[in-house]
Design a protein. Structure first.
Length: 256
């Protein structure tokens, strides 16, 4: 990291200290709300520090560690091709153009030259948690070829995340295709992996297992009834909760 003005260096140090403090308190069992009260931080500040894997992920502006460039999105592909033995910058530049790269050859050449001459391995900056979450929660066919490659690389580095992604996508297919008979098998598969956060979700689903299976298999739905209930609640709120049955009946019939 280049030398920074003392004001920026102080801010960097504050971010590092805040990140370390928040993560230490989370590991000790404190909730985010409790951390905000004890450290006099807003909920947004605590959330930003807690969600960041590294303090560098929070750096912004001219002093951040890794400035964004037109090549950033394509570096994982270049890293993969480099590991396969392709070190020709011109050939790599030609390969990423069909993938959507619109930058110059010079940027690609500089990145490959840095990989070739640097004593330490030069790799792309890993995507942030929000980006990876969006990839996992999106339909696979809606992701670009490059996003699929980057997600594949991330999942290959973390078996737990790979298992989580598999369960999330299996659950999504079960819901969208209304396959209620798969619910017991999905719950059993989740319990076999060491994913505590997903275990709590599975426990909640298990309590309403029959209702979920019925909702995904039977043709009937209580959605219409719930809609009428919500409409009646809205009418009561419009009259500050003071409407009696007769007045509510008139308004409901009037707007039916």
């Amino acid at each position: 990291m280049p030398d920074l003005p003392w004001q920026s260096q102080r801010l960097v140090n504050r971010i590092r200290a805040g990140h370390a403090t928040v993560h230490a308190m989370l590991e000790a069992g404190h909730s985010r709300r409790a951390i905000g009260r004890q450290r006099h931080m807003t909920h947004r500040t605590v959330k930003g520090l807690a969600d960041a894997v590294r303090p560098e992920d929070l750096f912004r502006g001219h002093w951040q560690y890794n400035r964004t460039s037109a090549l950033d999105e394509y570096k994982p592909y270049l890293d993969e091709r480099w590991d396969e033995g392709c070190t020709n910058a011109w050939k790599l530049w030609e390969e990423i153009i069909p993938l959507g790269y619109e930058g110059s050859y010079g940027i690609v050449s500089a990145y490959i030259r840095k990989k070739r001459t640097s004593p330490r391995p030069v790799t792309a900056r890993p995507p942030g948690p929000r980006v990876v979450s969006r990839w996992i929660l999106s339909r696979p066919e809606t992701l670009t070829e490059l996003e699929q490659l980057r997600l594949k690389a991330v999942l290959a580095e973390c078996p737990e995340l790979d298992a989580l992604a598999g369960h999330v996508r299996s659950f999504a297919r079960m819901l969208t295709e209304r396959q209620g008979e798969r619910v017991p098998r999905w719950l059993d598969a989740v319990r076999q992996d060491d994913l505590p956060s997903l275990h709590s979700l599975a426990a909640g689903i298990d309590r309403d297992r029959d209702a979920l299976i019925a909702g995904l298999t039977l043709p009937w739905s209580s959605g219409v009834v719930e809609g009428h209930v919500n409409r009646i609640k809205m009418l009561k709120r419009q009259m500050f909760g003071r409407a009696g049955f007769d007045l509510l009946r008139k308004r409901v019939l009037l707007y039916t």
